[in-house]
Every structure is written in structure tokens, then in C-alpha cells.
Design a protein around this ligand. Structure first.
Ligand code: B16
Ligand code: MG
Length: 211
């Protein structure tokens, strides 16, 4: 029986990770805190609320609930101003070809993202219809590194969790895939993604590997 393939969105299918970084950096500036690229790695794959909590923690600040909500809303609006301009040209290299390979082999394909903006982004870049299953920040309660998002995706795909391959760009996401007992494939820097079973620079390097 075929394996199931679960894709993270931000940083795997599209390069929205840099938009999240720009937006969080602006929020951090407002809190008089400098968000470095190193610290930003810890925000990848982490939900919006958890990300803001981490930044406040690093900045040593605590703020009232209404201010928290204002900052989270403002961050998302700034982020969406980048997303609005996205087209299929923003799909990362090798993704379209790899999804074609999966379809040609009758392999089921799922999205497993922390983002509440996932459906909108997939529609923007024209990939929405390619996914048999979409599990995102609107449908799960426990954020990565909790494995919930991938476990729900496996269940909806009808594939045993040990037969699922997860593509991730984040430390939190690799941890989630590993604790779900899935085959973790990191996309990015092998030093950052050292816990992944396999690491590739991008999808063009994966070629016809079905894992
Ligand atoms: P939103 P992924 C994650 O998406 C991002 O990596 C992370 O930076 C972001 O905070 C999170 O989605 C929530 O996104 O604010 O759009 O709901 O990598 O799991 O696809
Ligand atoms: Mg990601």
C-alpha cells in the first residue's frame, strides 16, 4: 500500500517564512526587542499566539490581554499584505514536479500546517485542489511541536502513521513528525534540522525519492 505524504506549508511549499519574519520583526520592534534570524528559527511552525508569547518571553515583557490581541491582529494584517501579492511564481522550486510524481504514483497528499491562513495561501498560488486533505491552524487545537496536526492528517488520509512522510522546514515540525512516529524529511539547513531522518536543501534535490 502507498505511503501518505504530508506537507508543511510555510517554508516548504511557499517561501512565506520570510514574510512571517518581517512581520514579527516589526512587532518585536514595537516591544523594543530585536528579533534575530537565530531566534526566528524558534518561531517557525509555531502558532501565532505561541509565537507572540515566545517574543514577549524573550523581551521579558508582559502585556494586558487586549494589547496582546492587538499585536497579534496587527502582525497578521501586515503578513497578509505580503500574501496578497503572491502568485504561482512563489511556489518553491521542485514542489510542482514532486506533487506530480506523487499523483502519477497514486499517492495521497495532505497539508499539515499551523497556519490559519493556509487555505487562502494555497488558493493564491493555485495549489488548493492538489490536496486530498487539508489540516491547518483552523482545525487543530495543539500547535507543533505537538504531533496533533500530523496525526489528524494521517487519520483523514486513512494511512497508518508509520507510513506517513512529513516534509518540514522547522525544528518544531520535525519534532512533531518524529513524535508522531512518522518519517521526517527536513527542507533546509541540516544543522538546524538535525533531528530529521533525511534533510535536503530543497525539493529539486529529492527528485524521484518516495521514501
Ligand atoms: P498564521 P507552517 C506556520 O506555518 C508558520 O511556520 C509560523 O511561522 C506561523 O506563526 C504559523 O504557521 C501560524 O500562522 O499566523 O498564518 O496562522 O510552517 O506550519 O505551515
Ligand atoms: Mg514551516
Amino acid at each position: 500500500k502507498n505511503k501518505g505524504y504530508i506537507f508543511d506549508l510555510d517554508g516548504v511549499i511557499v517561501d512565506t517564512a520570510r514574510f512571517h519574519f518581517l512581520a514579527w520583526k516589526r512587532t518585536a520592534d514595537e516591544l523594543a526587542f530585536e528579533l534575530t534570524p537565530e531566534l526566528n528559527e524558534k518561531l517557525k511552525g509555531v502558532s501565532r499566539v505561541d509565537s507572540l508569547n515566545k517574543i514577549l518571553n524573550w523581551a521579558g515583557k508582559s502585556i494586558p490581554q487586549d494589547e496582546f490581541e492587538r499585536l497579534a491582529k496587527e502582525k497578521n494584517e501586515y503578513y497578509l499584505s505580503f500574501v496578497e501579492q503572491m502568485t504561482s511564481a512563489d511556489i518553491l522550486p521542485g514542489i510542482v514536479e514532486y506533487i506530480e510524481l506523487l499523483k502519477a504514483n497514486d499517492c495521497p497528499v495532505a497539508l499539515g500546517s499551523a497556519s490559519k491562513n493556509a487555505p487562502e495561501i494555497l488558493k493564491k498560488v493555485g495549489l488548493f485542489k492538489e490536496f486530498d486533505v487539508i489540516v491547518d491552524g483552523n482545525s487543530v487545537t495543539k500547535a507543533k511541536p505537538d504531533p496533533e496536526v500530523f496525526l489528524v492528517a494521517a487519520e483523514e488520509l486513512g494511512v497508518k502513521k508509520t507510513n506517513c512522510v512529513v516534509f518540514e522546514d522547522s525544528e518544531a515540525g520535525i519534532e512533531a513528525a518524529n513524535s508522531a512516529g512518522m518519517i521526517s524529511v527536513g527542507l533546509g539547513d541540516p544543522e538546524v534540522l538535525k533531528d530529521a531522518k533525511y534533510v535536503f536543501a530543497d525539493f529539486t534535490k529529492i527528485q524521484d525519492n518516495l521514501f
